[in-house]
Design a protein around this ligand. Sequence first.
Ligand code: SF4
Ligand code: SF4
Ligand code: SF4
Length: 347
Amino acid sequence: MKLTKEEKKQLEKASSYKSIVKRYEYIYDTVCDFLDSKYIGCNYCDFKDDVCKYFRVKDPKHKMGCCYSDARGGLCPNLDKATCKIKSISCKLYACPMLRDEKLYFKVNDIPLLKYNFNLRQKWWIKQSFFKTKEETLMKLYENKYIYEVIDNNLEIFVTENNKKKIFRMLKQIVRYCDKHNYTITINSFLDNKLNRELHIIEKGINIKDKEKRYSYVYDEVCKILDEKVDTNYCEFKNDTCYRDRLKNNGHKNGCCECEGRGKCKFLINGVCTMKSCMACKLFTCAALRKKGINEKATNYLPLKVFFTSKQRDILSYSYWTPKEVVIKRLLDNKFVMPKNYDDEYR
Ligand code: SF4
Ligand code: SF4
Ligand code: SF4
């Protein structure tokens, strides 16, 4: 394919965008402008009194060309003063049999910006997203982008409702891939707030290349999420007695911060945990809570699933009343075997 000067300039400009979002937006707008300049600017459809040349032959009463269709329920609601207000690239690319006979049409691969920037799946969406908004079509292009496409040592991925299961399954692999090649990552998430927050932790975690610092960051961020939950008082403490102990009516105070054999945890002072950084305590949910459907576990949190092995998640889940520094050391060593009873220095 021989490129014109203008097409070369456009390709260079597209590749100068390091952000895929900006790059795709530029391509989309530029191609739409190009198609408008041909179909409208060069008057391919030759509208007269709102009747195009194809329908002047086929059905002269048919107005607004292919933006009107009885089968689709009449005039397209996106048409505003004879202009498509949603900027559908697929509609702009469409050509009826008459235009095709006259060779007045463009295939996706005739337009270099589309040919060289999108894979087969994306090209299919560019052709088939009739009546879809620019945002909807771009979303399909993001979803169908090759996952391991790297620009300037940065991997950019897109997580949407449609591809989230696939991406979540691949996240561990993506972490390994970025670490192996020393790539940073940009995660564009179009999901709800909870998952966005967890994906943001994963993004920042991958970009911290020092393992100890990464573990420490992920640990702190997940603790913040757990703390927010603990603050909702799901243990239903009243006068230092929690839900389980009120249910058992056993007169026990301080919930599971005090138990037979271990006594009261030394970090519990005036009913408040002064250690603050023990993830295992925050993750613990007793049988009474589990019966109520409250069941915290490490695998509920995407960053813990992605950055830690199942053995490390055990360390996080069972290192009760243990300061963060000690837990991080256990995670790094990854050799720690939980003692049968927790008769250690932190008791
Ligand atoms: S593509 Fe064909 S049918 Fe559609 S408006 Fe143009 S001439 Fe009419
Ligand atoms: S987890 Fe169970 S035992 Fe522990 S404080 Fe909460 S309700 Fe009480
Ligand atoms: S470290 Fe754990 S057991 Fe000790 S006070 Fe804090 S939450 Fe309770």
